[in-house]
Design a protein around this ligand. Structure first.
Ligand code: HEM
Length: 408
């Protein structure tokens, strides 16, 4: 993080490391004092209320086409042009009708029957990763399980080689740092640009190979759709494969680790899940709500509009703070309490409306299998550190590592 940042410029200190480590008390303060909050320093409006965030996610006056970072000097914009150009093709950053066309083609790989047919493979992978560390009596939940499992699954779906996962990890964390960047930082920008160029080259080679020799994977299916419907160009396929690689694990990794941490910090809930493993479905929904892996998403107002009595001008950036909305007492009873049996849980952790997470069923399945298996096989699980370190990233919430011990 750049040392030139004056952290005091933001009234609520939203990007102070100690606030990022536990943002929820600060979210509550803003929710009570100024639920539609403008921060000059952070370059946008912050929506904290559940109703406002849910409405904004479905509001056609809010465009998903946003520069990933505001206030970038012209020279830097030119330097990272290849990065910005690739991002502009991600479905996440497109509005209809481009969005509808892209999403429609990728949708075919994420049907409920395709996802549920992956359960056995995911279970075998989780068991294999745990087997690899079992005798040791300790595991780093992030490095040994929650990172590699979803990275392998998405690599296999795309037709990439899962042995390249260390490479994926570097590319992906460079992108995560870029999305969490809140002020100009040339080193972060350059690494993200280089990583995206390398990823594109990687997928370009696979695309050429599959064009000559199709296989049973997503890229081969997209080439088929491209030839049949002439509705997708190579750049769009490659850019969205880069996106899926990133979206497919950076979030699921944190869902698994944040969920297990929530259980370790709430022993009665851990015991309940041990006694009744069938609660895993509602438990994962609660982890998504309680400590959301994606804390905020941005939009750009395409016209002047008003939210909660505040005037938002055309072109201004609006942050939809999912992490705050999911703890809004107007929507959730005892929002700060972890309740794995919570009967009504319409959380916004996967978004809502047009951009609702394409991989939601896959992410849910991966988290359910991983958490259930960890609890079953490593029953005496306990944290092996007094100090949890969080990534200093206001968008993607995750720990740097999560060492735990257990009795084999
Ligand atoms: C399990 C944890 C996950 C969480 C919390 C999560 C969260 C989200 C959120 C909040 C959005 C909406 C963004 C917006 O409204 O601007 C989103 C979109 C998306 N996610 Fe996920 N995601 C997860 C897993 C996955 C997985 C496993 C995949 C793919 C394999 C995936 C692929 C996508 C895609 C493609 C979009 C863009 C959809 C669109 O723009 O139409 N996600 N995700």
């Amino acid at each position: 993080m750049s040392s030139s940042i004056n952290l005091e410029e933001d009234k609520y200190n939203l990007i102070f490391p100690e606030v990022l480590a536990n943002p929820y008390p600060t979210y509550r303060r803003i929710l009570l004092e100024e639920p539609v909050y403008w921060s000059d320093f952070l370059g946008g409006w912050y929506l904290m209320r559940y109703q406002d965030v849910a409405a904004a996610m479905q509001d056609k006056r809010m465009s998903a086409k946003r520069p990933p970072i505001s206030k970038l000097p012209e020279l830097e914009q030119q330097n990272i042009f290849p990065l910005l150009e690739t991002l502009s093709k991600w479905m996440l950053f497109c509005d209809p009708p481009e969005h509808t066309r892209l999403r429609g083609l990728f949708n075919k790989a994420f049907t409920p029957s395709i996802i549920s047919s992956m359960a056995e493979k995911i279970q075998a992978l989780v068991d294999e990763l745990i087997d690899g560390v079992y005798e040791r009596g300790n595991i780093d939940i992030l490095h040994d399980l929650a990172y590699p499992m979803p990275a392998i699954v998405i690599a296999q779906m795309l037709g990439a080689n899962d042995e390249d996962r260390e490479q994926f990890k570097k590319w992906s964390s460079d992108l995560a740092r870029f999305f969490g960047m809140f002020r100009m930082n040339t080193e972060i920008l350059t690494s993200a640009k280089n990583s995206i160029l390398e990823m594109k080259e990687y997928f370009r080679i696979i695309l050429e190979e599959r064009r000559c020799q199709p296989q049973d994977d997503l890229i081969s299916n997209l080439i088929f759709a491209q030839e049949k419907e002439n509705s997708l160009d190579d750049e769009e396929i490659i850019s969205n494969c880069v996106f899926l690689t990133f979206a497919g694990h950076e979030t699921t990794t944190n869902l698994i680790a944040n969920g297990l941490l929530a259980l370790l910090e709430n022993p009665s809930q851990m015991q309940l899940l041990k006694d009744k493993p069938s609660l895993i479905t509602t438990a994962v929904e609660e982890f998504l709500r309680y400590d959301s892996p994606v804390q905020r998403q941005a939009r750009i107002a395409v016209t002047d509009l008003e939210i909660g009595g505040k005037k938002i001008s055309q072109g201004q950036r609006v942050f939809l703070v999912i992490g705050a909305a999911n703890r809004d007492p107007e929507q959730f009873l005892n929002p700060d309490k972890l309740d794995i049996t919570r009967p009504e849980n319409p959380h916004l952790a996967f978004g809502k409306g047009t951009h609702f997470c394409l991989g939601a069923s896959l992410g849910r399945l991966e988290a359910q299998i991983s958490i259930k298996t960890v609890i079953k096989r490593l029953g005496s699980l306990r944290l092996n550190t007094n100090q949890i370190e969080w990534h200093e990233n206001p968008s993607l919430r995750g720990m740097k590592s999560m060492p735990v011990a257990f009795n084999p």
